[in-house]
Design a protein around this ligand. Structure first.
Ligand code: SIN
Ligand code: MN
Length: 216
């Protein structure tokens, strides 16, 4: 199903063009359909309240949110107050094909990068289930992705993620610092209005069931 991944660093796997154009298109269509229920919005930095340059929404029983009160998971959209739409089946299939984790993901964070949007170096560490890997899908314009170790000031590696690429980081790399330095505009016509979508799948709670990803 998936080709052999490239190992960027211990625990960091990269499947180049894991998804063909039709599969990419299906995901983009799903995002913009579900986005009508859970609109993109701009999260804010903890404490300062400075708006992110990326717009975000979430699918699944939990959504990752950020505002003056800090980073956290929420079962509801901060603007509509509604629960998040279910994670598309294609993404659950991808999780099962790419990871050997026994439990299903409970959050799909959707990042929309337009224009100069970027994401500073950070760790994904708001999850209880740090034994589960992070699985991330790139759609649309090419991005410069940087990943290092668990020390913010340690050495990093940079790769160009293209539309359809999938990255996994888990095990010793689960808390690796990572970020998006920049998006190379005009490299893809996949995303309506231009730019890049990133879909990040994560398990939040410690649990064993493979079947309850979208149960609330
Ligand atoms: C993230 O770390 O939340 C996003 C990474 C990406 O856009 O590839
Ligand atoms: Mn992240």
């Amino acid at each position: 199903m998936l080709p052999e991944p490239v190992t960027i660093a211990p625990g960091v796997f990269w499947w180049r063009t894991a998804l063909d154009r039709a599969a990419q298109q299906r995901l983009v269509d799903a995002v913009f359909t579900l986005e009508r229920q859970a609109p993109f919005y701009r999260p804010r930095m903890p404490v300062s309240g400075k708006p992110f340059s990326v717009e975000e929404t979430n699918f699944g029983p939990f959504g990752w949110v950020s505002d003056e009160r800090g980073y956290r998971y929420s079962t509801t959209h901060p603007q509509t107050g509604n629960t998040w739409p279910a994670i598309p089946e294609d993404l659950l299939d991808l999780w099962q094909a790419a990871t050997s984790h026994p439990a299903m993901p409970e959050c799909c964070l959707v990042n929309l990068y337009r224009g100069e949007a970027r994401m500073g170096l950070h760790q994904d560490r708001d999850e209880e289930a740090l034994d589960a890997p992070v699985l991330s899908v790139s759609l649309g314009d090419t991005a410069t992705f940087r990943i290092g170790g668990t020390n913010r000031r340690g050495p990093t590696k940079s790769v160009r993620l293209q539309s359809g690429d999938v990255i996994q980081f888990g095990g010793e790399a689960r808390l690796a610092y990572h970020g998006i330095d920049r998006i190379i505009g005009g490299t893809s016509d996949l995303v309506p209005g231009g730019g890049r979508l990133n879909l990040t799948l994560r398990r939040i709670t410690k649990g064993r069931s493979r079947s309850n990803a979208n149960a609330r």
